[in-house]
Design a protein around this ligand. Structure first.
Ligand code: DCT
Ligand code: MG
Length: 396
């Protein structure tokens, strides 16, 4: 199955994987370092995962399965599918037969069954079942509202509610301030944030922060720092050389909706052992009103007047602002850049391979009983004995 000079064989594809490039047309096999599936690390922090996903068909299916298990609060099965999705995102070729995944880590039996079915049938009956499942469909709708998680969805579902329309119509529900805002700006918030919108918001946030903190360092984190072109929100990290304790900063007011979470950081406390733990920074889950001047192509005055009154010229955008003390900034940056899977694996790697505890504030060496200081992300990777992984290679 080999055309002249054109490798289509999957052994060859394996060898090309680590090079992160498409198959060269005129190289002989011996020039390409060989790739061994069993050498692929089980930790995504030891893999380079760009946005170039050759196996979207599979990873989309896994992510639906994972989400369904998340809704059922089955963390073990959820993580199994998320880890498998991450491994397949790393592969530099599309999987077309079972032999392609032989020896790879994190591919359990449940995952294997889904892969096999997709290879053979083009789609997975299990995934289809989930997508048609009443509970999944309701949870999917409920959790798409800002401020609504699995717990709230569970409560609403048990009350017999099935759709967002039913939620909105129900007068007995006591919605939080956050959920009310989530419903009020629902259409804007479910439509994704573009890179252009992220850049526009970035300017506003930087200018505003610098008004009261002139030497502030404002960095866009999350998916946009990893090179994504769209996102569900925009994540920012704010620090300044003078900032020792976080506090005060968010009380100046600049946003449509703003839920300020006060810092809960306790100095003496060693980093959290919980792998999915949130951090203790002062943060603000906000909704920003981004004005988008509309191109007015009507020359008719009356219709212009009508437009001015009726047309909404702004979009509500979800923004997370996280304020960090200066010396914790590299740790916060690493944590908030994500991906979630990359962060989970960094912490798991630190715990199991290095006897260290990593969180968004610090790295603690349990053997030496010391906190390891870091001035950059590179230094954190070095402390962990890991090769540096660039932000755009953290799309695990
Ligand atoms: N994060 C974290 N702990 C949390 C939530 C988030 O450490 N409880 C980190 C991991 C990813 C990063 O912050 C940004 O989170 P999201 O905005 O949810 O993810 P994203 O990768 O930016 O994706 P999206 O494009 O959907 O915003
Ligand atoms: Mg984000």
């Amino acid at each position: 199955c080999m055309e002249a000079g054109r490798p289509v064989d999957s052994e060859m594809k394996y060898r090309l994987m680590e090079q992160n490039q498409s198959p060269p047309l005129n190289t002989t096999e011996s020039e390409v370092p060989s790739f061994i599936a069993s050498k692929v690390s089980q930790y995504s922090c030891q893999r380079k995962t760009t946005l170039n996903n050759y196996n979207k068909k599979f990873t989309d299916a896994f992510e639906i399965m994972a989400e369904n298990y998340e809704f059922k609060e089955n963390e073990v099965f959820c993580l199994e599918f998320l880890r498998a999705a991450s491994v397949l995102k790393f592969l530099q070729f599309p999987v077309t037969r079972m032999k392609d995944i032989q020896g790879l880590p994190c591919i359990g039996d449940r995952v294997r069954d889904v892969i096999e079915e997709i290879i053979e049938e083009g789609e997975s009956s299990r995934t289809k079942e989930v997508l048609n499942d009443e509970r999944y469909k309701s949870f999917k709708q409920f959790t798409s509202v800002f401020g609504v998680g699995v717990k709230t969805s569970e409560k609403w579902y048990r009350m017999g509610l099935r759709t967002l329309e039913e939620v909105k119509a129900n007068r007995t529900l006591k919605l939080s301030k956050m959920q009310k805002a989530g419903l009020l700006y629902y259409e804007d918030l479910v439509s994704c944030v573009s890179k252009a919108e992220a850049d526009a918001v970035s300017l506003i946030v930087k200018n505003t922060v610098c008004m009261f903190l002139p030497d502030a360092l404002v960095t866009i984190t999350g998916g946009f720092r990893r090179g994504k072109k769209i996102g569900h929100d925009i994540d920012f990290l704010v620090t300044s050389p003078g900032l020792k304790e976080d506090g005060e900063l968010l009380h100046k007011g600049l946003l449509l909706y703003c839920d300020i979470i006060e810092s809960t950081f306790v100095k003496e406390q060693i980093p959290s052992r919980k792998v999915d733990a949130m951090d203790h920074f002062q943060k603000c889950f906000a909704i920003l009103k981004l004005y988008q001047p509309r191109v007015d192509n009507s020359s008719n005055n009356t219709s212009r007047k009508f437009d001015m009154a009726e047309v909404k010229d702004w979009k509500a955008i979800r923004v997370d602002l996280v304020i960090t003390p200066f010396e914790q900034y590299p740790y916060a940056l690493l944590g908030w850049t994500g991906s979630r899977q990359f962060g989970r694996d960094l912490r798991r790697y630190a715990t199991h391979e290095r006897k260290m505890i990593l969180d968004n504030h610090a790295l603690y060496d349990r053997r030496e009983k010391i906190f390891l200081k870091a001035g950059s992300e590179e230094e954190i990777f070095a402390h962990l004995g890991l090769d540096y992984v660039e932000p755009w290679e953290r799309n695990a």
